[in-house]
Design a protein around this ligand. Sequence first.
Ligand code: 7PJ
Length: 315
Amino acid sequence: MRTTPSRHEPFPFGDFGPGPDAMLATRHGPVDMRGRTAVMGILNVTPDSFADGGRYPDVDAAVARGLEMARQGASIVDVGGESTRPGAGAVSAAEELDRVLPVVRGLRQRTPVPISIDTYKAEVARRALDEGADMVNDISALRFDPAMAGLVADEDVPVVLMHMQGQPRTMQVAPRYDDVVREVADFLRERVAHAVKSGIGPERIVVDPGIGFGKGLEHNLALLRYLRALGELGRPVLVGLSRKSFLGRIEEASAPAQPAGPGGRLEGSLAGAAAAVLAGAHMVRVHDVAETLRAVRVADAIRAAGAARPGSADC
Ligand code: 7PJ
């Protein structure tokens, strides 16, 4: 990340922008985030995911949805078989494998799009990588399964390290921070160090503040507002806020008569994605790939316009 101060502040968030190394090499080609925000499409293969649960009960439908997201321009398709929404119970590795493996296999046969496996279980990650998945999205940042760090190191694949306070089942009960931005940055710095010590190449690592994972509304908003603080870690930043409940809380506060369910949070999700990009995100994890791409390309263009301003850091 560039840290050069500019003579003119190009944006209230300060100077920002993906550094020259905002690239992620995968077995199916690079994910290039230099000046273009990457969009990771969410493919939940669970009966209970809160935003689109039950919509992909069979393998063919899930694969078709993954292919559609790839066609729409997703840089990565993220396949997950265990819901981590607040209060959700854990599922066994066997159950998770039953859900995700046929979908990873089906996608791999039909598209070269990089596939990410959303799991904190090393066994699930290993089998998915064997079926042709390209990277691991671990919401526990290598903490829940002691075998995960070694697996990612041995397989030499990219990994997303996400912040979470507590455990999925209880994380929203009473999230507490003194300085949420500092604490999340410190946590991620420690997890990056742990990953590197475990043999994972630093260039393989993506960091994620974990919006909604053990965070109240004000914590989520502060992390987005000061996302730039994560730039000091020197790694691409992924933000997942698509259809999350804090968007509904904002909406309810302004229009209490019409509480929005998860499916009704598209506009809020797009606004959040654009704001995240202008605050320094390199990748966004979303349900609505086509719509999000149209939104973040505008944010990308606004961010790039800093280069045309005399005295800005890009000149
Ligand atoms: C995230 C995730 C996120 C990463 C989920 C949902 C809840 N992985 N998995 N970041 N959220 N890396 O999609 O609403 O924010 S599950």
